[in-house]
Design a protein around this ligand. Structure first.
Ligand code: HEM
Length: 240
């Protein structure tokens, strides 16, 4: 890999700089491995969640309208949404939480292996056993949620405690280290799609929400939708 001082602020730049001070640890192989893990763990999970969120929005036009109104009020139609704006968009964040509640991208999280015998929820678990946490039914438990199978972002609005009842990124010290990045990317992407386009279902037909098979939980039927550019697209991309 390149050996001169790299300082453009990207993660690869930092790793290549570390390679110069500690070449035995930061080998090319370690750097490539790190980048590969981040791409594998971070791309499908994020895009699949955005696809579930958009599908839910298309099946709930009143929610989509409310999200668009929030963006138009907070950001307007003059400037494109930017990363720092996402923290102001509480309803957009509630939509993402609700999409993750109903359709966690990794419903079984990652396998855990306790190093010693232990007791989990009253069950004796021998050390070395593989333990899977199934977040899917936990997120739809009728004892924890009213109307658990319905898409209602309002349940997260004005009540921060609700978001602690879901675990789309796992919990504890092996929880997803990319959750902050994922939340920002999902907020910015979904926010941009809502700010820039009017969305409609094809032929008005309900979006099929059947779950498919895969390591990240995909839609059985990939989302298809119609979109029409809003005025901001012309303003931002085509005017001088
Ligand atoms: C919506 C997007 C994402 C979801 C739903 C998600 C979900 C998860 C889950 C459930 C785990 C296992 C946690 C556990 O078992 O307790 C995990 C682990 C991990 N995630 Fe994510 N993730 C997302 C995005 C990302 C991104 C953007 C990155 C990095 C760029 C990333 C990197 C990782 C890594 C490296 C691990 C393994 C951590 C370890 O074993 O200590 N993830 N993720």
């Amino acid at each position: 890999m390149k050996q001169e001082n790299n300082d453009n602020g990207s993660m690869v730049d930092h790793l290549l700089n570390l390679q110069q001070s500690d070449p035995n640890y930061y080998t090319d192989e370690i750097i490539k491995g790190l980048m590969l893990v981040l791409i594998l763990a971070g791309t499908d999970t994020t895009s699949v969640t955005i696809e579930w969120a958009m599908s839910n929005l298309l099946n709930h036009p009143e929610v989509l309208k409310k999200a668009q109104a929030e963006i138009d009020t907070e950001i307007g139609q003059e400037n494109l949404i930017d990363e720092p704006d996402v923290s102001k968009l509480k309803y957009l964040q509630s939509i993402i939480l609700e999409a993750q509640r109903l359709h966690p991208a990794l419903p079984l999280l990652l396998p855990y292996v306790p190093s010693t015998d232990c007791t989990i929820g009253g069950y004796d678990v021998p050390g070395g056993a593989i333990v899977l946490v199934n977040a899917w039914p936990i997120h739809r438990d009728p004892q924890s949620w009213d109307d658990p199978t319905s898409f209602k972002p309002e349940r997260f609005e004005n009540d921060d405690s609700q978001s602690h009842k879901i675990m789309p990124f796992g919990l504890g010290r092996r929880a997803c280290p990319g959750s902050g990045l994922a939340q920002r990317v999902m907020g910015l992407t979904l926010g941009s799609l809502i700010q820039c386009f009017e969305w409609e279902r094809v032929d008005g037909k309900e979006i099929n929400m059947t779950e498919g098979m895969g390591s990240t939980m995909p839609k059985a039927h990939p989302l298809e939708a119609l979109c029409k550019a809003r005025p901001i697209v012309n303003r931002a991309f085509f005017s001088n």
